[in-house]
Ligand binder design. Structure first.
Ligand SMILES: [Zn+2]
Length: 497
């Protein structure tokens, strides 16, 4: 009983010591494939139950549909175009000397540690700065992928070992889990998923020649001959089984948090870096080709001392808001100056909500959770290399960043990929919260003309700022010191040329 109560008592209310923070990012996890976000298949009982003990954000959006830029945004509070990684996956690194959650926590004297499971996040990305330990030793090799990775069993084991060392003092710990990322090769299929079906489950797709998933199974998702069909339903169930496996493993971590008295003053943040295409724009089982809803709508929850219990936030938020939220929890001041010379951009862009764009987010998710900030009307942006999008009050607008005949779509452009195709402009009203997930296309409900014009204006201004930031950051001269082996891995994955 005492253990349960410890979660309910606000830590800061009585001048108690600031909590530790455990940040969990789950790669490629669409919000709507968790049962707690509407999946009728019971994929995630442990995650759902744990998230319900805190505040759940129903409309959280990743700043990018790619691993590297999305994590860089979580760690810096900046949208991708405004940090040195940019919207690219593997070409550029977080610059030396950047203020990140880890460098700021470390500078404040906290113990820090990380366990990551995806080679894109290995230390060459630059996020390792500030971490006392950064476990990016990836011993496993998944089907069709030459790069290392690890599954949730190993990652949770490593996290428990490290937490045992850090428990007792204030710490910042990051656990990254990779399981829902393709290829979908779950170690086992959870019995609880038996009988789950999808409306488009009978659609049969050929195996594609590239990794795009455009009207095809992405090449890296192909299964050995005879192992399985190309049925959409089978692939979705394998994706769900990866979530179920992870859910079973992370249960051990949640149990440790409850049982170890040294860990009870800990706030847990759970989110994902991006979703996965499940038929949007006719793309399947891949991500990054667009910023459509299923690729950027991610789960997000805060759980622990000082966080409202059993609370739900419906206002739109960005996972870049994790940056000020975690710093606030840790009682660390936000950096005063925008990084990377962006102060210049800040001066030219004063006034209006867009003034926030080049700056690290200052919107605490706790303020949104407690109602101090409604978040209503504040635009939330997201981008990929080739698309940019915004959501305001339930309306999402996205569009291509290049004209259809732009050479950026060509394969020999290092910032593009041959298999991305121009999609033009798409607008939709978001599905109502609690509505069952819609398979396939994003839906047909169009916003009214006035709303559309307003959103177009926001995207115009975002892109103007992004172009200025690109010149200021001059990424071409500061390319990531990417390890040759990692560069080869990224090429094999189709991420860079
Ligand atoms: Zn990812």
């Amino acid at each position: 009983m005492a253990i349960v109560l410890a979660w309910l008592i606000p830590a800061c209310a009585g001048g108690a010591a600031p909590p530790s923070v455990l940040l969990i990012t789950i790669d490629t996890l669409r919000a709507d494939h968790l049962s707690g976000y509407g999946n009728p298949a019971p994929t995630s009982p442990a995650l759902d139950a744990f998230m319900r003990r805190g505040t759940v954000f129903r409309r959280a959006f990743a700043p990018a549909s790619y691993t590297a830029p999305s994590h860089a945004s979580i760690f810096t509070g900046l949208y991708p175009s405004f940090h040195t990684v940019g919207p690219y996956n593997g070409g550029f690194a977080v610059a030396d000397g950047s203020d990140t959650l880890a460098t700021l926590a470390s500078a404040s004297g906290l113990a820090t540690g990380a366990v990551i499971s995806n080679p894109v996040l290995s230390r060459y990305l630059g996020l390792a700065a500030g971490f006392d330990t950064y476990d990016d030793d990836l011993p496993d090799h998944e089907l069709n992928r030459p790069s290392g990775q690890r599954d949730a069993r190993d990652a949770v084991d490593k996290a428990l070992e490290r937490l045992d060392v850090m428990a007792g003092g204030q710490f910042f710990f990051w656990l990254h889990l990779q399981d829902p990322h393709g290829p979908y090769t779950p170690e086992r299929t959870a019995e609880r998923l038996a009988g789950a079906t999808y409306a488009d489950g009978d659609l049969e797709l050929p195996v594609g020649r590239d990794h795009s998933g455009y009207r095809a199974i992405p090449h890296y998702q192909r299964l050995p001959p005879g192992a399985a069909s190309g049925r959409v339903g089978d692939y979705k169930l394998r994706y769900d089984a990866e979530i179920a496996f992870l859910d079973d493993e992370i249960r051990r971590l949640f149990a440790r948090l409850d049982e170890d008295p040294r860990l009870q003053n800990t706030v847990v943040v759970i989110t994902s870096d991006h979703g996965e295409a499940m038929g949007i724009d006719d793309f399947y089982f891949a991500h990054s080709h667009s910023v459509g809803h299923g690729q950027v709508h991610v789960p997000l929850a805060l759980i622990g001392p000082g966080v409202p219990v059993g609370h739900e936030v419906r206002a739109e938020v960005s996972t870049r808001d994790i940056f000020p939220t975690v710093l606030g929890l840790l009682d660390i001041s936000l950096p005063k100056e925008p990084p990377n010379g962006l102060a210049l951009l800040q001066r030219t862009g004063a006034g209006g909500p867009m003034a926030l764009t080049p700056l690290p987010s200052r919107q605490s998710l706790l303020a949104a959770a407690t109602g101090a900030v409604s978040g209503s009307g504040s635009p939330v942006f997201f981008e990929s290399t080739n698309q940019v999008g915004v959501v305001v009050d339930g309306t999402l607008l996205r569009r291509d960043r290049f004209a259809p005949d732009d050479p950026a779509w060509r394969f020999d452009n290092p910032n593009s990929q041959s298999f991305w195709k121009p999609l033009g402009e798409r607008a939709r009203l978001l599905p109502a919260i609690g509505e069952p997930p819609t398979p396939g296309a994003e839906g047909s409900t169009q916003p009214d003309a006035t709303t559309l014009e307003s959103l177009r204006g926001l995207l115009d201004r975002y892109e103007a700022y992004a172009a200025m930031a690109g010149r200021l950051l001059n990424r071409g001269s500061g390319r990531a010191a990417v390890d040759p082996g990692l560069a080869e891995t990224l090429r094999a994955l189709g991420y860079v040329r």
